[in-house]
Design a protein. Structure first.
Length: 224
């Protein structure tokens, strides 16, 4: 086998070309404002279903990019998602990423309230970073707690709701999208069962790369 496109930038560029070609073959035309996010998720998962199941409130991507340019923090529900977000991109924009799932006090709060640590971690996030980007890729309980916090007055810069699984997953994503629409909070959600920490990180990276104008991997290598 003769290997082609062996360098990371070449591999990514060719992958994006294939994605664009297959989308065209499937008769799928992506809205320009959401295309970078959708393509990054497909690139991460090799799953073209995301071209159909990712939903966006009006100008969610635009508002998320503006928030990151202003230096807001990103809060994730898992350390896996936190690890997958571009550190160089965050540094360039003077942003931070945090995950409170293992933070002191979160486990005790969860025990006292009879909730999951993921839900309690979102309460801590709301206290410490009320205007953050909240990226949930694993725990529907975190997403449902965000719904309650928004109803109580929290206004995140953006909610990314893409948990994966079978229990309360579909319902939590439907609920967060409904609540965000009602309270005019920007939201990106993957409807249905699919999602994951890798998907939430991919969406964050798409927003970071767009904010920095480095969607092309060669530009990213040169500037980050």
């Amino acid at each position: 086998m003769e290997q082609k496109h062996v360098l990371p930038a070449e591999i990514e560029r060719e992958s994006m070309r294939i994605i664009a070609e297959e989308l065209s073959q499937r008769g799928i035309s992506l809205p320009e404002e959401n295309a970078a996010v959708i393509k990054r998720v497909i690139h991460t998962t090799a799953d073209f279903d995301y071209a159909e199941n990712l939903r966006f409130t009006p100008k969610a991507v635009e508002k998320g990019i503006a928030a990151l340019k202003s230096g807001v923090a990103i809060i994730t529900d898992t350390n896996m998602a936190k690890a997958g977000i571009s550190g160089a991109g965050l540094k360039k924009l003077n942003c931070e990423v945090h995950c409170f799932i293992a933070s002191g006090g979160v486990a005790e709060t969860a025990r006292q309230k009879g909730v999951t640590r993921a839900a309690a971690s979102m309460e801590k996030a709301a206290e410490e970073y009320p205007g953050a980007v909240l990226a949930v890729g694993n725990a529907p309980t975190a997403l449902l707690r965000i719904c309650g916090l928004i109803e109580e007055g929290l206004r995140p810069a953006l909610v990314i709701g893409v948990p994966v699984g079978f229990v309360n997953v579909v319902e939590s994503k439907q609920q967060i999208f409904k609540v965000c629409q009602e309270f005019e909070v920007p939201c990106i959600a993957a409807m249905g069962r699919k999602g994951g920490s890798n998907v939430s990180a991919a969406i964050c990276n798409a927003l970071l790369y767009t904010a920095l104008d480095v969607l092309d991997p060669s530009q990213r290598q040169a500037r980050l």
